[in-house]
Design a protein around this ligand. Sequence first.
Ligand code: PEP
Length: 252
Amino acid sequence: MRKKLLLGNWKMNKTPSEAKAFALAANEMVDYAVAHDIEVGVAPTFVCLATVKENINPKCIVSAQNVNEHASGAYTGEISIGMLKEVGIDWVILGHSERREYNGETSEACNLKIKALLAANMTPVYCCGESLETFEKGETKAWVAEQIKAGLAGLSTEEARKVVIAYEPIWAIGTGKSATKEIAEDTIGYIRGVLRELFAEAAEDMRILYGGSVKPANVTEYMSQPDIDGALVGGASLEPDSFKALIEGMIK
Ligand code: PEP
């Protein structure tokens, strides 16, 4: 049985004091989610991670939005796994379409990071998704299959089991134009099939989230789909009231 997961991606939003205010406001809603068998987490910027970790309900996942695969050294501007671990962070989002677009992050680069995270007993959340052009050409499945195969190349079945996948059609991120539940389920079901080919029965344990303009008003319909195990949410995860409404929508 795959546990439902709600993960808020804060992108480049919130100063440390704003992040702390959210963390303090979120304590009860985290308990509420956990009591209903839903895992919740937030992914603040690097400078907010320690503050959020110190102030939020310990049952809440706190995730980074990126990491470097090297242990230390001459990598100006980068953050290592050891640095994250020391402030209590053991989840990292990788391959988000914004990092792919603005920072040149490739599936192959994500693969190195995923392997490094798994070796450190951490949880990668690996994002995939197609552009509007690819969607309109009807090439979504081939596109995401390629991203999944490249990102998870060389993982053992046991390692793959620990990876969370997020399917986020780029045309639905931050646009208010969400994929229908049928489109999301069709692609996510297909992704599970690709995972089955690669990792056999481990595919049934791997969580696959949908992301792209998920809001309190539409989260329930995604959660009703058999292959959708939760949501990766940007805009609607930023305010405590909206985050709480997302949790409530997942419980319905
Ligand atoms: C995201 O950042 O991963 C995302 C899905 O954003 P939004 O919910 O704002 O579309």
